[in-house]
Design a protein around this ligand. Sequence first.
Ligand code: SF4
Length: 458
Amino acid sequence: MTVSIFDLFSIGIGPSSSHTVGPMRAARTFVEKLEKQFGLAKIQGLQITLYGSLSLTGKGHGTDKALVLGLLGVKPEEAEPDTVPALMQQIHTTQTLALFKQHTLPFSLDKDILYNDHETLPHHVNGMLFRAYDSSASCIAENIFYSIGGGFIVDNEQLQHKRPLTVTKKVPYPYETAKQLMDFCNADNKKISEIVNANELIWRDQGEIDSKILKIWKTMAQSIEKGCSTKGILPGGLEVRRRAPVLYEKLTEQDKTGNQDNTMGWLNCFAMAVNEENAAGGKVVTAPTNGASGIIPAVLYYHLTTIPKSEHEAHICQFLLTAAGIGVLYKKRASISGAEVGCQGEVGVACSMASGALAEVLGGNVYQVENAAEIGMEHHLGLTCDPINGLVQIPCIERNGMAAVRAVNAARLALMEDGQHIVSLDKVIKTMMKTGEDMLSIYKETSQGGLAVNHPEC
Ligand code: SF4
């Protein structure tokens, strides 16, 4: 399986890659298949059933809105968050929906999107069953999709025929483990970012790679800047106040005096800004998921404030390529889905990616980078996913700030030493997966355990 940097970093809308971006892609793919097989005009009814974690926390995560956008033909990177409330209202009022904005059919948000809390489909906890009906109300097509984390989807057909999740291409450096990645680096005297870049060249030329990375970064930076300047209460009913703008104002004031180190404050501020945007359904980049989308941008944004502007583009590309190289290891060997392995697979992985990437742009050798990535995950092992009310707000927003600070700490610690250490990155990835498998499902994005059930008594 070959995973591109742009599979890991994809532009979409909040609040959840597995509950928003994945379902949007699945709905769009289902309609594409219907169009090819029957033509849209034959479709007179649709029903979507959500299972497992998608059912339990789908409402809080905006899965219904994502499905509707996908049915309308919208791709995650094209979604305009500001238009979604009016769209939903229109569908609710007219009880109709236009597939791919072309073919109108009856559609009820209440009756045609069903939440099955009692069952989980066999292959993954984030299952969706799509059915299409003709004019005589006969079911003419059905397909099961799974949203497997980070916006990645897989359907039943792919599973039955064991088709790969992404196109398999022959890359010059086919690594599956951190050890193999480091061996390639040593053999060809390359950095991790250079190995990842060389693999990426099988899909596109250097100009396109650079411009796509800079576009990803532009969206990340915009989510920080919008989050730092947008005040108010986040949607969903928890009455969570957006805190990033307040932090931004205070830190700006404190910086004027110049007599205190505000590194941690700014990291918190930038990470929380992105996650508040995400929680508000705004535009963010999966890094590697929406719930953990603040950590990598915050660390990189802060790093850029410490170097000359002339070096920004080079550092942005190097940082994001290295981060992707590390993220791919988790994607291939473990999981980046909170519903599968808890928050260690989202915030933990993002922290590991950011730690390693920062170590590399600060001049670390491959052993120090691997060490930083390992530290970034080691101290997130066992981290549960227990969002209150199924909203990606508490503990998610603050947790991104904590992990951004931890990533800088991990990189600094690794750079103080020579990279020799006892627990390897490969071992910690394996441990993370096993810990996730052993974790009770109530701690895996179901909102049935932890803070999600205990907060009313506090
Ligand atoms: S607790 Fe972690 S994994 Fe769960 S929704 Fe929040 S950020 Fe995602």
